[in-house]
Design a protein around this ligand. Sequence first.
Ligand code: ADP
Ligand code: MG
Length: 482
Amino acid sequence: MSAWQAVIGLELHVQLATRRKLFSGAATAYGAEPNAQVGLVDAALPGTLPVPNAEAVRMAVRFGLAVGGRVARRSEFARKNYFYPDLPKGYQISQYEHPIVAGGEVRARLDDGRDVRVALVRAHLEEDAGKSLHDAFHGATAIDLNRAGTPLIEVVTTPCLHSAAEAAAAMRAIHRLVTWLGICDGNLQEGSFRCDANVSVRPGPDAPLGTRCEIKNLNSFRFVEKAVEYEIERQIRELEAGRPIRQETRLYDETRHQTRALRGKEEAHDYRYFPDPDLPPLVLAEAEIDAIAAALPELPDARRDRYQRELGLSDYDADLVTADRSTSEYFEATLAALGGPEPKRAKTVANWIAGELAAALNAAQRPIAESPVGPEALAGLIREIEAGRISQKVGKDVFAAIWAGEGDAATIIAARGLSVIRDDAALAAQVDAILAANPKPVAQYRAGDTRVLGWFVGQVMRATRGQADPATLDRLLRERLG
Ligand code: ADP
Ligand code: MG
């Protein structure tokens, strides 16, 4: 069994975050009434002509530059012909021989910390089809054309992946990149980011590629992993039983966790691709490409590397604060509010983001960009702790109070009287009360069992709700017990 090598290549349908469709002025917003967002071009009315959306073209270029691919100065739209009720023109406008982006590469990180390089074949512009609704009406299929004409880029990887985990990691890396670039909202449930996985197996890494099956329309990272895993095992089982693999399209059944055959695989010639006579070649000016390149943000991998190099962040922390663009922006803004990037501070901020903030956001099901505790507020809280005005532990309560809208850290500390008690007299009174109430452990300590010191610290901390200054408390306890 172990000699088999799995080979996987992905095709990702990335819905571009434009307000209007690829060839018409209709809106692309998700969730509208069926057929409320259909332009004449999308409905394929005779005599209408497509006009390319410049914003979608710029987004495709942004992607091409970000992956280090070759951006075609001249690309071409082609018709992909097939019949389906949700495709009123009878063809989909896509790109075939001359895509807008060729080549390029993305780095994907596995859970075990290993990096895989995901080489891309191409990324081409195309329009989405409409939707057939099979259970909206009894005994009839309904057509919703809202999605027809929505701009996509289809990103095609080479068959360079060799396990289900690598396939899922590659999908995650591309998802992170397109959302980071702001060219896709990344919403998997709404279908803004969908994956087809091509899977084959071969007897060893030097054997020719085996016959592949394509699993269509996977809309979660977990499903990709599960589907690919199942498919690899199925193909190995078939081949070991002496049954050849048939090239076909398969569907993943989410409840049974298995794939099943849908139809035999179409070949490119079945689609009778040809250049769309309604659309001239897409020609990009050098200056336009330069402007897009100049406006690219720092990319997630570069930023992660920089954090490790300049701020000494661990693998774990660096991954965490570059997991998505808004987390990274939050991290940067908090550091800036604290006076700029600096290793110790960076570690503190990363800890808050991974700890209290992540827990609170998760419990409230909120994105970090809408956190009630913003970067300024978190910086204010960290400043109070670093200045020794409150303990780390009290800091967590203050965080919760900021979250609840009680004001900034300084205000909450003053209003609730949370400052550290450093005053000798005030703390001594608390210490004396505890000692007086516990003669037994006092005697124990004096008999030489100094382990009870920690217990006394705990008692005073509880009595002061964690506000006692640890150094002062330690000194007072030793003085009085000694
Ligand atoms: P098509 O045009 O039929 O869709 P492509 O050659 O464009 O085929 O490849 C589509 C996807 O299938 C790519 O992601 C590619 O990496 C992958 N692929 C091609 N051959 C294999 C194979 N033998 N095993 C696994 N994946 C493959
Ligand atoms: Mg394909």
